[in-house]
Design a protein around this ligand. Structure first.
Ligand code: DGL
Length: 245
């Protein structure tokens, strides 16, 4: 079997990234790792997130992965630089809030960036924000939101969004957490029609280009996907495969 690609998230939210990857690379083998034993990551310290992600990366290396995707904005923001330093032998691609897309395609528009507190307050995101700041952006850290999405608690999600989303007119929403593309309908119910940007497509393209550059694309026509959850939660697995459909 061809060497797999490891995809990690704190939970099942990374399914939104995997879907984009599968559109471009349907024949690769994948191992998806959901760290539900330790989620949410979004309220954790940098050293804790590094420790959890480091263990997952070691697991992927034992499985002989040819590339690793951080399908988690929080893990990218807090740990990717140190993980890349520790494991220079493996290709690591990470998702980050698609704020540059606002600069490229919607620069004057009233923008809302939603992400976990850890992502919003990270040095990495602050750097990106200051580089592309359109002077018309609200940054909204959303503690607990990923957990409600992870657990499929729709009533809590709607109540939460009603409380935290701004009352003023928003034109663009940057979904800076891989769980959030799962609740675009609920967001629009409150904000009205908006333009959503997330980093999923960009990561998929970057992964494809890097694999091609290094001659690592598979020749096979049969892809395989296995799912691991750190708390062996079978409900998570069931939901993951439902969301993947
Ligand atoms: N899905 C993750 C992200 O993209 C984090 C969710 C969490 O565990 O807080 O940031």
């Amino acid at each position: 079997m061809d060497r797999p690609i490891g995809i990690l998230d704190s939970g099942i939210g990374g399914v939104t990234v995997l879907k984009e990857i599968l559109k471009l690379l349907p024949h690769e083998n994948y191992i998806y790792y959901s760290d539900s034993l330790h989620n949410p990551y979004g309220d954790k310290r940098k050293d804790e997130i590094f420790k959890y992600v480091d263990a997952i990366v070691q697991f992927f290396l034992e499985k002989n992965c040819k590339a690793i995707v951080f399908a988690c904005n929080t893990a990218t923001a807090l740990a990717i630089q140190d993980i890349r330093k520790k494991y220079p032998q493996v290709m690591i691609v990470g998702i980050e809030p698609a704020y540059k897309m606002v600069y490229d395609y919607a620069s004057c528009k009233k923008t809302l960036v939603m992400a976990t507190p850890a992502t919003i307050h990270s040095e990495k995101f602050m750097h990106l924000f200051h580089q592309y700041d359109n002077g018309n952006t609200i940054l909204l850290p959303c503690p607990n939101l990923a957990t409600y999405i992870e657990q499929g608690e729709n009533q809590k999600i709607e109540k939460y969004l009603k409380e935290v989303l701004p009352k003023e007119k928003i034109e663009v929403v940057v979904l800076g957490c891989t769980h959030y593309p799962l609740i675009t309908k609920q967001i629009e119910k409150i904000l009205g029609k908006v333009l959503f940007y997330d980093g999923g497509k960009g990561v998929a393209l970057r992964l494809k280009n890097l694999l091609a550059e290094k001659n690592l694309l598979t020749n096979s026509t049969l892809g395989n996907l296995s799912f691991y959850d750190s708390s062996s939660n079978s409900i998570k697995e069931k939901r993951f495969f439902e969301l993947l459909k």
